[in-house]
Design a protein around this ligand. Structure first.
Ligand code: HEM
Length: 143
């Protein structure tokens, strides 16, 4: 369970890191009509993977929690459950809000709107990256 859980966490957080720290800055040198379709296509593929990681994290995390019982679980595990649920909600918001609007903007060649939506997605993804680090710190450092 923990093996699958950690693989899913690496895939999700590693993917966000790549998007934020590699693809986004590297694509900044392209003009919006080239940059935004490229970013959109990368996101379309990556977000399919994120849905899988969310399901795997939730199922394996809950299985580990149930294995010891909520009452016996250390505080760090409860913190991870809480932070994880916030991360899932933020991703759902990002996917059905700004990401859907980015798709529409690219379809309509509305580059200023697309740029705004890509920026919002980057902000939400940065928050999720920070929360992911906090969630991992919780199981490491909270008794
Ligand atoms: C509802 C969501 C989640 C639940 C119920 C949950 C639960 C757990 C539990 C019970 C453990 C075992 C801790 C231990 O053995 O000491 C664990 C470990 C871990 N979790 Fe989660 N988790 C959730 C979400 C997440 C998320 C969103 C991430 C990061 C993206 C994450 C990353 C990790 C990592 C890296 C470990 C391994 C830490 C270690 O070495 O013990 N988890 N989680």
């Amino acid at each position: 369970m923990k093996f699958l859980h950690v693989i899913a966490a690496i895939a999700w957080l590693g993917g966000i890191s790549f998007m934020l720290f590699a693809l986004r800055p590297a694509s900044a040198q392209l003009a919006p009509p080239q940059r935004l379709p490229l970013i959109l296509q990368a996101m379309e593929r990556f977000f399919q993977l994120v849905w899988v990681t969310v399901i795997v994290l939730l199922l394996t995390g809950l299985a580990m929690l149930m294995g010891v019982g909520m009452k016996n679980a250390p505080a760090g595990w409860h913190a991870m459950l809480g932070i994880g649920l916030v991360m899932f909600a933020l991703f759902g918001h990002l996917y059905f809000g700004p990401f859907r609007r980015l798709k529409n903007a690219v379809k309509a060649s509305d580059w200023p709107e697309g740029g705004r939506r890509a920026g919002q997605i980057a902000t939400l993804a940065s928050i999720n990256l920070g929360l992911g680090v906090l969630a991992i710190a919780a199981v490491f450092f909270m008794a």
